[in-house]
Ligand binder design. Structure first.
Ligand code: FMN
Length: 180
């Protein structure tokens, strides 16, 4: 199979983020792939900023990456039962770029959280936040990594076979959407 381009959006910016680790694990399992990690370190959306300067260059880059990707993974922490402000801010900015870049895009949502539920609620809010843009959301098997602090070893490898099987299942579905 020829190499597909997979774009990953992580709602957590921190270097040791388990959602970033999860994103890279999913990308590895989507392979063969040309994987791009999106930069969500964007200015806060501000209508005055937009009016004065237009769409910031880094937002335009993100929108272009979404448009040209064969598939996108959105990996989100749970902040007070919802997606992070970082992720929502990125979605809001991209929605200001003309051209409907998410339309019909195969997208899968994954999450890692400290809580045992693995982010069931944040995933629901992530899908809700994406719906206005009409992507092709691939749903299930659920990748809900709970108790995230005990799931990765010192080498940054996810060690739980149940989660790995779920990632494999979700990436296989996403890939099949990306190639149909
Ligand atoms: C502002 C804030 C709110 C949080 N709310 C939740 C929550 O609702 N549910 C949960 O399971 N964990 C919650 N956590 C803990 C996160 O799941 C945990 O910090 C996780 O490691 C964040 O993902 P990361 O490792 O990718 O940064 C919260 C953390 C922060 C900073």
């Amino acid at each position: 199979m020829s190499e597909l381009t997979l774009l990953g959006l992580s709602g957590s910016l921190r270097k040791a983020s388990t959602n970033r680790l999860l994103m890279h694990e999913a990308a590895k399992r989507f392979s063969p792939t040309h994987f791009i990690e999106a930069n969500l370190r964007l200015p806060l959306y501000d209508g005055d900023l937009e009016e004065a300067n237009g769409i910031p260059a880094e937002v335009q880059t993100l929108a272009d990456q979404i448009k040209t990707a064969d598939a996108v993974i959105v990996v989100t922490p749970e902040y007070n039962k919802m997606i992070s402000g970082v992720l929502k801010n990125a979605l809001d900015w991209v929605s200001r770029v003309p051209g409907g870049v998410w339309a019909d895009k195969p997208v899968a949502v994954l999450s890692a959280t400290a809580g045992r539920s693995g982010g069931e609620q944040t995933q629901a809010t992530a899908r809700h936040a994406l719906l206005p843009f009409q992507p092709r959301l691939v749903v299930g098997p659920d990748v809900l990594v709970g108790a995230n602090y005990e799931q990765w070893n010192d080498a940054g490898e996810l060690t739980n076979d149940r989660y790995l099987a779920a990632i494999d299942g979700l990436m296989a579905k996403l890939k099949s959407e990306a190639t149909r």
